[in-house]
Write a protein that binds this ligand. Structure first.
Ligand SMILES: C[S@@+](CC[C@H](N)C(=O)[O-])C[C@H]1O[C@@H](n2cnc3c(N)ncnc32)[C@H](O)[C@@H]1O
Length: 261
């Protein structure tokens, strides 16, 4: 508020509110989750023992050659925030001709998801424990055929909005890693994520994506795409009778965006 717009400046003893923080993309990589959990969380040691899991400390060496991390062939699909692995294991079973990589930050969820892959004997799916805000450290141009984001954390309060995954910097980065013709599928209980995605695609920055379809209620109207698997969070919203929204994008054939790091 300025002195010319009719308002008064804050009293001298009350500091002016600071401007909202921007979440830096590719923030200097200090794995706080690991440092805090080591020696306390039993899933830290466990996740390193599971062959399905690539721990964060090994993830960067797969950049640009993720397909070599699988024993099976096929295009590579990434699920961001794969949680307990319902979608990852379900899609890997439905589409055995593709490779499926789940990216998840939380140790326990990575372990639970890996055990699902083991139980179903799925060779075309793996997990990487990594922070989705550091994607540039682990993915190279055009190496993904698809990105799947299911119920990303809403960070519903305005002051938390800078933490949202569905944001211009992340979507622009994904346009670099998803090859032309590839797809992005979003399912969410938080409609502002859909609005943000559609507003981004309509903006000049979003010209690398086009909208293939949307749904305002997957349970009743179906998902815009053919194969779908209900996620853990999706089931909870279905049980409460609350809508789950979807948006389906395709990567256009425009050259990749400027490197973002
Ligand atoms: C609301 S849960 C949804 C889980 C699952 N996709 C589902 O639909 O049931 C969000 C998931 O994203 C993960 N997550 C949140 N921030 C992340 C980040 N920066 N990097 C990787 N995963 C993240 C959380 O640990 C959690 O498993």
């Amino acid at each position: 508020m300025s002195e010319t717009d009719g308002g008064s400046p804050p009293p001298a003893d009350k500091p002016a509110r600071s401007r909202p923080r921007q979440m830096p993309m590719n923030r200097p990589f200090r794995d706080r989750t690991l440092a805090e959990a080591e020696g306390v969380n039993p899933h830290v040691a466990l996740h390193r023992e599971l062959p399905e899991v690539i721990p964060a400390e090994d993830a960067e060496r797969w950049r640009g050659r993720w397909v070599e991390a699988f024993d099976s062939p096929g295009p590579l699909h990434l699920e961001i925030g794969s949680g307990n692995g319902f979608y990852l294991s379900g899609m890997a079973a439905q589409e055995p001709g593709s490779r499926w990589l789940g990216l998840e930050l939380r140790f326990k969820r990575v372990v639970i998801a890996a055990r699902k892959l083991q139980a179903a004997n799925l060779k075309n799916a793996r997990l990487v424990r990594f922070d989705a805000f550091n994607l540039a450290r682990v993915f190279a141009e055009g190496e993904l055929a698809g990105v799947h984001i299911n119920h990303p954390d809403p960070w519903a309060k305005d002051r938390q909005a800078h933490r949202r995954l569905i944001s211009e910097p992340v979507l622009t980065q994904l346009a670099s890693y998803v090859r032309p013709g590839g797809e992005l599928r979003l399912k969410t209980d938080f409609y502002p994520h859909v609005e943000a995605l559609l507003a981004y695609v309509a903006s000049p920055a979003g010209r690398h994506w086009e909208v293939l379809g949307t749904s305002h209620d997957i349970l009743h109207d179906g998902a815009p795409w053919a194969n779908d698997v209900c996620t853990n969070y999706q089931r909870k919203f279905n049980e409460k009778g609350l809508p789950v929204y979807a948006a389906w994008l395709r990567r256009t054939t425009l050259p990749r965006p400027e490197a973002l790091g």
